[in-house]
Design a protein around this ligand. Sequence first.
Ligand code: NAG
Ligand code: NAG
Ligand code: NAG
Ligand code: NAG
Length: 291
Amino acid sequence: MQFPLSIISSLVTVLTITLQALPIFTLSTCRSFCGNIPIKYPFGIDDGCGAVQFRHMLNCSADLFFITPSGGYKVQSIDYNKKTLTVYDPAMSTCSILQPHHDFIMTDIQSAIMPPSADTVFALLNCSIDSPVLNHYKNLCFNFSGHSCDELYGGCNAFRVFHLLSNSSPPCCFTGYDTVRYMSMNILDCSHYTSIINTDNLKGLGPLDWVYGIKLSYSLPDTGCERCSESGGTCGFDTETQGIMCLCSSSFNATRECGPGSATDEAVTHSSRAYVYSVFLVLGAFLYMIS
Ligand SMILES: *[C@@H]1O[C@H](CO)[C@@H](O)[C@H](O)[C@H]1NC(C)=O
Ligand SMILES: *[C@@H]1O[C@H](CO)[C@@H](O)[C@H](O)[C@H]1NC(C)=O
Ligand SMILES: *[C@@H]1O[C@H](CO)[C@@H](O)[C@H](O)[C@H]1NC(C)=O
Ligand SMILES: *[C@@H]1O[C@H](CO)[C@@H](O)[C@H](O)[C@H]1NC(C)=O
């Protein structure tokens, strides 16, 4: 019995097409992880994914970054239950490192939909005696969980230098995000700052054990995303019109949900039909071959 080359080659072709037809429908346009950090609604790292209000806020280049007008801040974690995103500014001073201040600036949209949480406290250090927070805006400063600024000057290697140079504690202020939002560090007239998160849990702990960073507390836009995700889609938006979309597969986007009878199902049906068809083709070719 002879196997004509043409039959074998068409067999191979058919098999290749069959194998290629399947994985197309498992491809997604939206990456769901950046490193080991899960990316879910309302966030997105590919344009068109997530909620449009959060567009261009994250970038994933090896690490996940929160992008603001004052720079990219490394995202430490996202808590989707508590709706918080914790970032860390490597250029910020902490208990162990003293670095020149640079303002933390968010866009108006960012300040509105994901402001720093109430338990994120900014510590303004080495303020001049003319600083507004020591004068007219004194009442913006507070003590948190029983801590005073003096603990920072005394308990942190990085901040001890202020103590040494002035032979007393230079003025300092624990304050909320709004203070640094409306007054730049130059206006505040403080040479350094740091920020501390989870301040409600720090009673009795010294500054060496505080957690430094910025915790942002985001709110979910009410766009009916549940309907889309329950139908198996990923919430996104049209990159041109910014209209809400439900991304059902790499070849189909719906406006609200990937419901039955939508093009997704048609596409899948179409692919399985193609699959069955090619199996028959292979079988036919095989029968032809052995006859
Ligand atoms: C679906 O939407 C995504 C995100 O906007 C886009 O990248 C993709 O090209 C769209 N696909 C189709 C088939 O329109
Ligand atoms: C992402 O942000 C980081 C930090 O700002 C920056 O270094 C990097 O170039 C950005 N990557 C892209 C692709 O925009
Ligand atoms: C503290 O602030 C003063 C200005 O008020 C500045 O001259 C001094 O260099 C600052 N100290 C440190 C250690 O940066
Ligand atoms: C904060 O604590 C210090 C020292 O315990 C105290 O002198 C100061 O008055 C307190 N400030 C406020 C605003 O309560």
